[in-house]
Design a protein around this ligand. Structure first.
Ligand code: SF4
Length: 434
């Protein structure tokens, strides 16, 4: 198999992106070369998502397009991994006859065992991989989820929570830093449950203190927090550690207690509101993002209005909204899908408009301020980076800013992004902006 190429396609959350990075690095370690043209690939890996129907539809489209390739080059190996891979392999083979191997979400070992060997050995340890690229990197630290919210397939596809011990995480972060990564995001579906299954029960705060010591890493983020189990110790660590960014993602999903109960989220909305006040009290200047589902079975207009009212009260920085999409195999699937799609889309638009207004106002308050931005790359000829609070900033300059953390004066804002100019500093003056 000398000179073999692989192509990898990813849809879904940051955990999937991290899995794809690990898969790509393991393939390269095994002697494969990454190609960005599917036509040149000997192995095609589809890393799928099953959290929403729309994500599944994208995979179906991709498989349809690949069917032509497989007809003309039948020896191309097609691998499907990620959350669409459920235990009923016979059904999967019937549904996707062109797919040769089905690999459970995140199982890089099984992926490597299923593709032909190019070189004699390959790494099978979680983090024993040679390369990394880019300024920012994802580091999975808790796999799986124990919560079983009624709408969610994740616990069925990714299994129970398993934490990676602190020394292994630190080793991986050191490896990323040695490749030029300056910001790491620690990942878990319930990141604040980190360490519950480890000896001595270290928590996310302990992990952040350890990662904070890694030289070369300037920023640390973490995703996704489960509301009921967020502790003051974790919040205080965020406030205390200079490298940990003041941004927290805490989904609340619905503003009505009956809907929350039907979702089996395990908290009342009053507790969520109280948590947000606590987060803001402990971490000055924090930005908060959340996830919302509209049109869950039983969400009447009145119950939907409660979600709107909570968002109005809390004025969160970023709101990810999704129309409810029933997922086979979940508890909620048995409740049917009684709210028509048009109504779900209407509720989606109502919240999106509200979010645009609130985010626009929050960002406008930053006009004229100087923000510290880590630059990641270019987009449409401008440099793109993020503030510590995870807001997108564009700067028009000819300088190479990759990996730089620089002060930027904000001169234009919208709900989705901001624009600004580099601020001259003693170390960088004059600046070659155009
Ligand atoms: S906490 Fe709930 S929504 Fe999040 S991954 Fe676990 S089951 Fe899914």
């Amino acid at each position: 198999m000398a000179g073999s190429n692989f192509y990898i396609w990813t849809v879904g959350c940051q955990m999937n992106v991290a899995d794809s990075q690990r898969a790509a690095e393991a393939m390269m370690r095994a002697g494969y070369t990454q190609t960005f043209s599917v036509a040149d690939a000997d192995v095609v890996i589809l890393n799928t998502c099953s959290v929403r129907e729309s994500a599944e539809r994208r995979t179906w489209g991709k498989v349809g397009a690949l069917a032509r390739l497989k007809r003309s080059r039948p020896d191309t190996i097609v691998v499907m991994m990620g959350c669409m891979v459920h235990p009923d392999r016979a059904m999967l083979h019937r549904q996707f006859p062109i797919v040769d191997h089905f690999i459970p979400a995140g199982d890089v070992d099984e992926l490597m065992a299923s593709v032909p060997k190019v070189e004699d050995e390959w790494g099978t340890q979680l983090y024993d991989l040679p390369t990394a690229s880019g300024v920012t990197g994802f580091v999975p630290v808790v796999m799986g989820c124990n919560k079983f919210c009624t709408f969610c397939v994740v616990p069925y596809r990714r299994g129970r929570e398993r934490s990676i011990p602190i020394p292994e995480v630190v080793e991986e972060v050191e490896r990323l830093a040695s490749h030029g990564v300056r910001e790491v995001t620690l990942l878990g579906q319930t990141i604040n449950h980190y360490g519950r299954d480890l000896p001595g029960r270290p928590d996310l705060a302990d992990l952040m203190y350890a990662v904070h010591e890694v030289e070369g890493i300037e920023r640390i983020r973490f995703l996704t927090s489960y509301p009921r189990t967020m502790t003051d110790k974790i919040l205080e660590a965020v406030a205390d550690l200079p490298k940990v960014c003041e941004h927290i993602n805490i989904p609340f999903q619905a503003g009505d207690n009956d809907v929350l109960r039907a979702m089996r989220r395990g908290y009342r909305i009053e507790q969520y509101i109280e948590l947000i006040h606590r987060v803001r009290e402990i971490i000055p200047g924090v930005s908060i993002s959340t996830d919302i589902i509209v049109g869950f079975p039983g969400e009447t207009e009145e119950k939907f209005q409660r979600t709107y009212d909570v968002l109005e009260e809390l004025r969160l920085d970023i709101v990810h909204i999704a129309p409810y999409s029933p997922r086979p195999g979940t508890k909620a699937y048995e409740m049917g899908d009684p709210i028509p799609l048009e109504e779900k889309q209407r509720r989606f638009r109502v919240l999106e408009k509200q979010h645009e207004r609130i985010s626009g106002e929050l960002n406008a308050a930053l006009l004229g301020t100087v923000q510290e931005v880590l630059f990641e790359g270019t987009q449409r000829g401008k440099w793109k980076g993020r503030t510590r609070t995870n807001k997108l900033v564009f700067v028009d300059t000819r300088e190479d800013l990759a990996g730089e953390i620089l002060p930027v004066r904000i001169d234009r804002t919208s709900a989705w992004a901001m624009q600004g100019e580099l601020v001259a500093t003693a170390a960088r003056s004059p600046l070659a902006t155009v």
